[in-house]
Ligand binder design. Structure first.
Ligand code: CA
Length: 237
């Protein structure tokens, strides 16, 4: 299957540079100059991945990413953010807005293609684990669904971004064990040399935020100095 990638970037030379490199790597590429044009293009068919520039005329990339994450149809759409800002706080803000990864301008096209490939690889399930259950959480890898099942209550579907889904799947397949950030990067993100360990914390935060409305965030525990785990008996604080 050929993956379709939509580039939202107002600088034509940068958009073209990305498009050429992605086409050479075998991807189908579309371009939009700003967010509302991109939204229009996505009405009929969603791309497999969105490359989104932070600084856009009209709606900013950060704002657009937030809106896409708040919409059921586009909630799980992988987003790679492009940013000219290299400060650490900006990177975290970019990830907080819902991006799955970010690349700082000026970037190497080779690195960008590698990151695109890595995000798309994360879209595929870790391994065929079959349906998983920990506490009230039920995850079905084949249908890509997560449910919160509390006794005497209706089961509720929980929408997760692609990285959070993969992270939760890995936790649930290996419950009650502490996973270090380095081992999570290895197992969930794969062999991506570019990802920093702090990225794990950002995605843990997003996973907890998605689980919180269903009172399930407490099952993801931080183990100080070691990492994270999922447990069916959370330590009450
Ligand atoms: Ca721009």
């Amino acid at each position: 299957m050929t993956h379709r990638i939509l580039i939202v970037e107002d600088e034509p030379s940068i958009a073209e540079l990305i498009a050429i490199n992605l086409s050479h790597a075998g991807y189908e590429v579309e371009k939009a100059l700003q967010a509302d044009i991109a939204l229009n293009m996505m009405k009929y068919q969603l791309p497999n991945l969105l490359i989104l520039d932070w600084m856009l005329p009209g709606k900013s990339g950060v704002q657009f990413a937030k809106e896409l994450r708040a919409n059921d149809r586009t909630k799980a759409l992988p987003i790679l953010m492009l940013t000219a800002k290299s400060e650490e706080s900006d990177k975290v803000l970019g990830l907080d807005s819902g991006a799955d990864d970010y690349v700082t301008k000026p970037f190497s096209p080779k690195e960008l293609v590698a990151r695109v490939r890595a995000i798309l690889r994360r879209q595929t399930p870790i391994e065929d684990t079959g349906p998983l259950k920990v506490g009230p959480l039920k995850l079905d890898p084949s249908s890509h669904r997560v449910l919160a099942v509390w006794p005497d209550a209706e089961s509720k579907p929980i929408a997760l971004g692609p990285t959070e889904f993969r992270l939760l799947q890995y936790f649930m397949a290996n419950p009650e064990r502490v996973h270090s950030r380095a081992s999570l990067l290895d197992k969930v993100w794969g062999n991506e040399v570019y990802i920093e360990e702090r990225t794990v914390d950002v995605h843990i935060k997003r996973l907890r935020a998605a689980l919180a409305p269903f009172a399930c965030d407490k099952f993801i525990e931080t183990v100080r100095g070691s990492g994270y785990r999922i447990t069916k008996i959370p330590t009450e604080i």
